[in-house]
Design a protein around this ligand. Sequence first.
Ligand code: IPE
Ligand code: IPE
Ligand code: MG
Length: 260
Amino acid sequence: MSLEDVLNWVEPESIEASLARQIDFDRLPTHVAMIMDGNGRWAAQRGLPRVQGHSAGIDSVRDVVESSARLGIPVVTLYAFSVENWKRPQNEIKTLMGLLKKYLRLELRTLLKNNIRFQVIGREDELADDVRQELEFAQEETKADTGMVFNIALNYGGRTEIVDAARRAIQSNVRANELDETRFAEFLYTSGQPDPDLLIRTSGEMRVSNFLLWQIAYAEIWVTETLWPDFRCRHLFEALLAYQKRNRRYGGIARPAIVG
Ligand code: IPE
Ligand code: IPE
Ligand code: MG
C-alpha cells in the first residue's frame, strides 16, 4: 500500500489526490476507530424515513473500508450498533440488521480481494441466529487474510466489554497480583490489536457514546460536521492530515520543534 496505490484509485487532479499527496505514509495511525453517526439526520434533511439514512450509510462504509485498506492502515473499527441502540424502534433495528447481512453478502468478495480480515467485537451471542450465521461465515472466510483488520462493533458497549473482560480474567484464574494493564487488555475484544491512534466521529457530536472506553485512553479525537452518509475517503484523508499535525504527549512534555 502506498501513495501510488491510492493515486491509481482516486480521480487524478481531484481533491482526494491532492490530500493524499500530503499524507505521510510512514506516520499513519495503526488503528482508526469511527463512530458512524448522523444517518437519521441525513434522512430527515431530505424528508426521508430514518432507515433510508442507514441504507445510504452503507456506501460510506464501503468507501472507508476500501480506502483504509489501500492506504495501509492496519486496523479499522466501525461502530455499527451499540448495546444502547436496542432502545430504537423495532423496524429501525430490523433494517439495520438486514443492511448488515446485505453488506456482508455483497462485500465479502471485495474484503477477500483486499486481504481484509473481518471481525465482530461486541456481544455477538445476543444477536439473532440469522445475523450471527452471516457474521460467522464472513469471519471464517476472511480469517486467513493478512491485510487490514476490519472490526465491526455490534451490540457493543465499552462498559460491557470491560465487564466481559473482567469475567474472562476471573474465569482464567489470573492471579490478582499478575493483573496489570497489559494483561487485562488481553481479555478485551480487541486483544492483540493496537489501541486506536485516531477516533473519528461524524455529525458533530462531542461525545464517545460508550465506544472503546479502555482503548481510546490516548486516541486523538477528530469530529466532523459531515453526516455519516456523506462521509467519503476525502474526509478520512482530512482526518489523517489533522492527526499528523497533532503533538501527542501521553502525559509527558511537548516534543521540541524540529529546527533546520
Ligand atoms: C448512526 O446514525 C447509526 C447508528 C447509530 C446505528 P443515527 O441513526 O444515530 O443518526 P442520528 O444520530 O439520529 O442522526
Ligand atoms: C453511537 O451513535 C452508536 C453508533 C454509531 C453505533 P448514537 O447515535 O447511538 O449515539 P448517541 O445516542 O448520539 O450518543
Ligand atoms: Mg446518532
